[in-house]
Structures are given as C-alpha cells and as structure tokens.
Design a protein around this ligand. Structure first.
Ligand code: SF4
Ligand code: MSK
Length: 655
C-alpha cells in the first residue's frame, strides 16, 4: 500500500492527492499529518471558557484514576473534569444545532417572502406537501389560496425559532409515547433558539456545574434541532423546491468536464443553488460559454449542497468533504460557489495555485481573497447570473495543468419519506406495511441510519463504505445522508444492482422485488429529519412496538468530525436510537460523563451513544442491538426461519 493509498480508498482521490503533491499544493491530508490533535482537548479535558484558563485536567497517565486524583482534577474556578467534559460536549451540540437551525431559519424567511410574492423566481412546487404541513401545524386550509396558507406556515415556522414557552409544534410528528417521555424527562424544547442560548448561558463560568443537568440541556437543544430547525428546513424546502423522488445521478471527481465551464456548488443551503441550476441552462449563458471557447456549462455539487441538488435535479456530485480541495487540484474548476458550513478556508489557497475563483455568497461566511457575490433572495436570478457569468469568464484563464480522473459511478437518489411510502405501498395505498412485514418476517433484519462527515484523521471513505457493506451483507437496510451518502455513491452502493452484489439474501430479495438499492439516499444533513419521520411512520404502521426505541434500528457516523454530527447523534439517541460514532470520542476524559451518555441515557430515553473506531466491529454492535430489539419484539424466531433455504429444509427433513 502506498502512502497515498492510506489517505483514501477512492482511486480518483488518490490520483489527485498525488497531483497536489506534484504541483506543490498543501492539502488537508498534509496538514493532518503535520499537526496531531491535542490529546487533552480531544477527550474533553480542556476548558477555555474564561481567561483564567485554558485549564487542562488530564487523566493520570498509565494508571486508574484515584479519588485523590478526582479531587485534584479541577480548573482554576474549581470546575471538575465532569463539568468540563459535559460543558464541552453540549457546546458542540449548541454549535451543531445552531448551524442546522440557522439554515432552517433562512429557508423559513425565503418561504415567507415567496408566499408574499416578494421573491421573484421562486414558487411553491409541492402543493400536496403544503397541505400536509398545514394540516400537521393546525393551519386553516378552507378555500384559501396556496399563498395565504403559505404565509401562515412561514410565520408559524419563524415563530418556532423565537418561541419562549410550551413546546415546538413539530414535536407532534414524533410517536405519542416519545412525546410523553420527553415531557416526563423535561426535555421538550420550548423554542429552537432558546435551548441553544441556554446552553451558552449554562456553560459560562460559574453557572451549571452538575454534569447530568448540563447533559439534559444538551438533549433539549438537540431535539430542537432534529425535530425542530432541521425538520422545518426539510419540510419547507420540499414545498418550495419539490419533494425528492428517485432520480439518476453520477458521482465522483470525474464528473468534471475538460471542455466545459465547470461550476461546483458547495456548502449546505439549496436556496441559491436552485437558481444557479436554472440559470446554467439559459441559452444566453450557454452561448456566452461557447463564445469563451467552452462546449457548455457543467454543474456539479460538493458536500450537502450536492445532495440537495442531486435529490431534486439529478445534478452530478463531485465529492464529499475531503474532496473539496482535490476538485480544485484538477485544474478544471472555473468557479467554486460556497454558502455555509463545511467549507475549508484553504480552498482559497489551493485555488490560488490554479485559476479557480472561489465565490462566497453568504454574509455569514466570507473568506479573505475570495470573490464575494452576495445572494439577494429578493433578486435571486440576478445573483445567480452574476455568479455563472464570473465562472464563464474565468474559463479562458485555465493554466493547462488539467487532470480529471476517471471512475465515475451511477447512483439513484431521492428517497424522501414520501417516496419510500409510495414505492413500498403504491400510489393509492402508500404505506410502510411491506417494510414492516419484511422486518417482521426477517428478510430485513433491521434498518440503520448511517450518516455524517469525512474526517482527515482516518482513511477517507473507508469507515463509511466498510460499515455500510457489512450492514447490508447482514440484511440491514441502510438509510443514508450527508457525506456518507456520497461515499456510498462513489463505492457503487446506491444502485439497485448493488443489492445482488453486496446485500444478504433476504435484503437482496426485497430490494430486487421493489427495485430499490440496499442503501437509500435520503438527502443532506438537515434531511436526517427524514429518517426520524420514516422511523415514526414505521411505528405508526404497527407490529413493531409503540415507539422508535422499540424498533430494530440503529444509527452511526463512522467518520464524523463536525459539531452538527454531535447534535444529530444526540437527537437520534434522545429519539430512542442506539448510535455509534467512529474516529474519536470527545468525553473520554470523564468516565462519569461517558457512562451517562453510553449507559444511563438508555434507561432514560431507550437509546444511547457508543464509540467504536473499527467500522466492522461498529456494524456488529449495531446488528447486536437490532437483534436485541427483535428478540424483545418476539420476532427473532422469524429471522432464524428465514435463514433456512429449501435445500437446508430438505436436509433437515431427511434427518
Ligand atoms: Fe478554567 Fe474554570 Fe475558566 Fe474553564 S471556566 S477556563 S475551568 S477557570
Ligand atoms: S457536509 S456536516 S462534512 S456530512 Fe453536510 Fe458532510 Fe458532515 Fe459537512
């Protein structure tokens, strides 16, 4: 294995890591090698919440912690190692929940502007979903126009962020038993922003110093993300841009075209990228591109913006988080347009080695050196045209040092909750019944949500692909979002044929009958809310218990790195899901805090965290949890029967 091979399992990425080295370009892979993580901060034992610190409270080296050690492990203010680890952990939840929720708020603001006719170029695309959300939120339909209903939805959505008391309306989407449990535990979020602000308050020096009470607030804010801010983002985006349905797309760096203007749309929010997709098809733009010597305009996505525009338009995906610099290293990217989240500052430095223009578009996210073309939602087409023109005009500036690797894969994406419903039950009898039946009869052993980022501390995409293959081999249907979905697409797992090649017999049979891949792409990071809704639909269909915590399901983020992943994991756990993370775990500096998250949370919420860096072992922890739930439901025997094929039965009869 060459040194480069240890950085990625993806051949196209390996080739571009090698090109970067030849071109003298420094990338995330080099920086990860040069700078090792701080071992004290990595386990949550460093606090910098006031200027008397940073205070470091490391565990004793090479021996068990004694009660005397525990007494001494305190910051200058007296905060214990438990308080410090819990504060650090829930500040990560706050960061993640804030990112998702601010995304949701941006969508709600645009939604309201569209409803009021103040955002030309946008329209309500999914009327059925508009009605569904109105019904869910108790908004009058009557004979009112779509726009009147949408104004009420937009105002109600925005009010959820600043709500001060009661509980979020979107919590009603959860199973009744779960809603009741949250009330009993005192963790039903009052308002999306309020819970995040309260984390920042409680973790300020000298406020909440009971680690269990701190972690409880982390649960409340995370529920406000998954069942609040993220859910609002997904629901309103679907109404505005259309609810995704199965769509064919392509994946990996090879989707770039040598002879066309390549524009990469990178980040998270689909508000502007939807307009760029429309503008890039305008005849005047294509003519302009031709006048500059290009054959056309090629759009491709990166990270979660990629997932958003793939799900709704089939736009190709150029790569996931660790591939953003590599795309520029091809020398063929004329513009990389970014909005918010998961954008490395170094893309600008890499771009300066080639000809690529980095275009920032959000007032919340600027990069020194980049071109800033601010997205104006009241004149979105103008912003989009200016961006596309900037890219076209940059095409003649290419430096000739172009290399686009091969290895493009096909993928089917677009598995919204609604689509799964229709695919399984048919348009007139939409239902999760066939899924439930196949779980009960054991053809499908269980369902896993595998999501999350790449992390430069581990081999790019390996954790994702190895884990997902192991799960489907063991008849676990995988639902995927975010950078895991892109890794799976690049590994060829998002096509129906993957069922025959990689899935166990039972799962393959179901996939082949319905015509779906064994790994279903449900969208971007905020679309993890789709997984929650799908899990609730399975509960509601019956036969598998009354709550998500009773289902044979599990969650994972094998290569996580962002605070958003911690918030997502926390709301999965608070929703009753066993959730295992890879790479590293940020509270191991405190046994008490880690035990609370890994053990006590199960008694309180029916779901708990776990940590296992080996993706195969992690997959088997998930399978063991799924089997535990099957046993509790009394359906473990059904699965055993399924394992006997006709030949084995004949042999048994002969004995
Ligand atoms: Fe140190 Fe306490 Fe200040 Fe944290 S809040 S840096 S533990 S003195
Ligand atoms: S983009 S949050 S690296 S999944 Fe959503 Fe990927 Fe993680 Fe960003």
């Amino acid at each position: 294995m060459t040194e480069e091979k240890a950085k990625s399992i993806d051949q196209a990425s390996i080739e571009l890591i090698e090109k970067a080295a030849k071109d003298g370009v420094n990338t995330v892979f080099d920086r990860a090698e040069a700078m090792k993580p701080c071992p004290i901060g990595a386990v949550g034992s460093c606090c910098k919440n006031c200027s008397m610190g940073p205070c470091r409270v490391p565990l004793p080296k090479g021996r068990e912690e004694t009660p005397e050690d525990k007494q001494k492990r305190r910051g200058v203010c007296g905060a214990t190692a438990e308080t410090i680890a819990a504060r650090n952990f829930i500040r990560m939840v706050a960061g993640g929940a804030a990112a998702h929720s601010d995304h949701g708020r941006g969508v709600a603001e645009l939604f309201l502007a569209v409803a009021k006719g103040e955002a030309p170029g946008y329209e309500i695309k999914d009327e059925q979903k508009l009605m569904q959300v109105a019904l869910d939120w108790g908004i009058e339909i009557g004979d009112r126009s779509n726009n009147e209903i949408a104004v009420d939805i937009g105002e109600k959505a925005l009010a959820e962020f600043g709500r001060q008391e009661g509980e979020l309306i979107t919590l009603r989407k959860a199973p009744l038993k779960r809603q009741e449990l949250w009330r009993q535990q005192g963790v039903s979020p009052r308002g999306i922003d309020r819970e995040i602000v309260e984390i920042m308050h409680r973790t300020h020096i000298g406020v909440d110093q009971d680690y269990k009470n701190l972690l409880k607030q982390g649960v409340r804010a995370a529920i406000g993300d998954g069942w609040g801010g993220s859910m609002i983002a997904t629901e309103l985006q679907d109404i505005l841009f259309g609810t995704p349905a199965p769509v064919l797309g392509k994946a990996n760096l090879g989707v770039l075209e040598e002879e066309e203007v390549n524009i990469i749309i990178h980040g998270h929010e689909p508000l502007l990228s939807e307009m760029i997709v429309a503008v890039a098809q305008e005849p005047e733009m294509i003519e302009l591109a031709k006048s500059k010597g290009a054959k056309g305009i090629n759009l491709a996505g990166m990270c979660c913006t990629a997932n958003e525009i793939l799900m709704r338009h089939g736009v190709a995906i150029a790569g996931n988080f660790l591939q953003q610099e590599l795309a520029i290293v091809t020398g063929a990217v004329d513009a990389m347009v970014v909005d918010v989240q998961c954008i490395m500052q170094s893309i600008q430095t890499v771009a300066e080695c080639y000809h690529t223009k980095i275009i920032t578009t959000s007032p919340k996210a600027k990069i020194p050196g980049a071109v800033h073309i601010e997205f104006d939602e009241h004149d979105a087409l103008k912003s989009a045209r200016e961006i596309v023109k900037t890219a076209i005009e940059n095409f003649p500036n290419r430096k000739g040092n172009v290399y686009i690797p091969g290895g493009v894969t096909n993928q089917i994406a677009g598995f919204s909750h609604e689509t799964i419903n229709y695919l399984l039950g048919g348009l007139f009898r939409a239902s999760y019944r066939p899924l439930n039946d196949n779980i009960i009869n054991g053809r499908i052993r269980g369902v896993a949500g595998v999501v999350g980022c790449n992390n430069a501390r581990v081999n790019h995409n390996e954790g994702h692909v190895v884990m997902v293959k192991e799960l489907i081999k063991n008849d676990v249907l995988v639902l995927t979002t975010g950078c895991n979905a892109i890794a799976c697409a690049e590994a060829g797992l998002l096509v129906p044929e993957a069922a025959r090649e990689f899935a166990g017999k039972g799962l393959a049979e179901v996939c082949e009958t319905v015509g779906i891949p064994p790994v279903l792409h449900m969208g971007s990071c905020v679309d993890n809310s789709r997984i929650l809704i799908a899990a609730t639909a399975v509960v509601k269909d019956g036969g598998l218990g009354d709550d998500i915590s009773e289902l044979p399901v599990a969650g994972a983020a094998p290569e996580w790195m962002s605070e958003k992943a911690i918030s997502i994991g926390q709301y999965f756990v608070a929703s009753g899901v066993y959730t295992v993370f890879g790479v590293t775990w940020p509270t191991t500096g405190s046994k008490e805090v880690t035990d609370f998250l890994f053990k006590e949370m199960e008694e309180m919420y029916g779901g708990m965290w776990d940590f296992e860096p080996d993706p195969i072992q992690a997959a088997h922890l998930m399978i063991a949890h799924i089997d535990k739930k099957r046993k509790a439901l009394g359906i473990d025997k059904a699965r055993e029967r399924v394992l006997y094929d006709m030949e084995m039965r004949r042999e048994m009869d002969a004995v």
